[in-house]
Design a protein around this ligand. Sequence first.
Ligand code: 6PG
Length: 260
Amino acid sequence: MARQPNLFAFPTVDALATTLRTYIIQCQTAGLHRHDSFKVAVSGGSLPKTLAQALLAKPTGPDDEVKFSKWEIFFADERAVPLDHEDSNYGLLKNELLDKIPQELGAPVVHPIDVAHLNDVQELADQYEQLLVKSFASRDSVKLPIFDLLLLGCGPDGHTCSLFPGHALLRETDAWVAPIEDSPKPPPKRITLSLPVVTHGVKIAFVATGGGKKEIMKKIFEEGNGLPCALVNEGAGERCSWFTDYPAVDGVSFPRRGSL
Ligand SMILES: O=C(O)[C@H](O)[C@@H](O)[C@H](O)[C@H](O)COP(=O)(O)O
């Protein structure tokens, strides 16, 4: 059963945040070891808040330091809106986390979308893909960008990033970044990392909390049904870890419980 994802379930979001921090720091250490930087992709939704709780906590020792100056942050998906718009994932991350990082921890390099192309989501996606090409070496030499860590959410319909159930985008095998103009979750115009890029990450972590996730968690783990989150589980196997609270997994059977 080596291809199964890991599951971490906690009584509270506070407890989840503590272990999520340890996990992220392990990924950070591995990234720094490999290429002296830590390349992370993040989603929107409730994730940035939990992430801030994990990353802004007081370090427990020298092995527990978040080295933000070595971080490069990309967006796993983004809405085609200005960066200061209330729907912007960049804006959300900025308000929840980036603006709160104490100066002495250093500042990450953050890669927002190029707002010059908001009216043309194909161009917006292409520009973001070009940014990845530059950041991850040339596309000729790199088949897919390899993020050190992707931090993702799970929607109540089983979507992740802006990859929605039954959508043609799930079959995208060529583009690294794809546009979507008919997102069932508003706003409709977005860009998203494609499924192959997501599953190619060194590590992939989902954060899913609250009783509202229980039904979809059952479907993802017990049935799969081609749901985007299940496809990530299948593609990434043990490189994928779920951080949940008890209400989100109440009554859900898991093949494998995680341990750090
Ligand atoms: O921009 C977006 O809409 C998000 O990236 C999206 O994929 C989100 O992560 C999920 O919808 C889960 O959201 P919650 O954590 O708020 O349930």
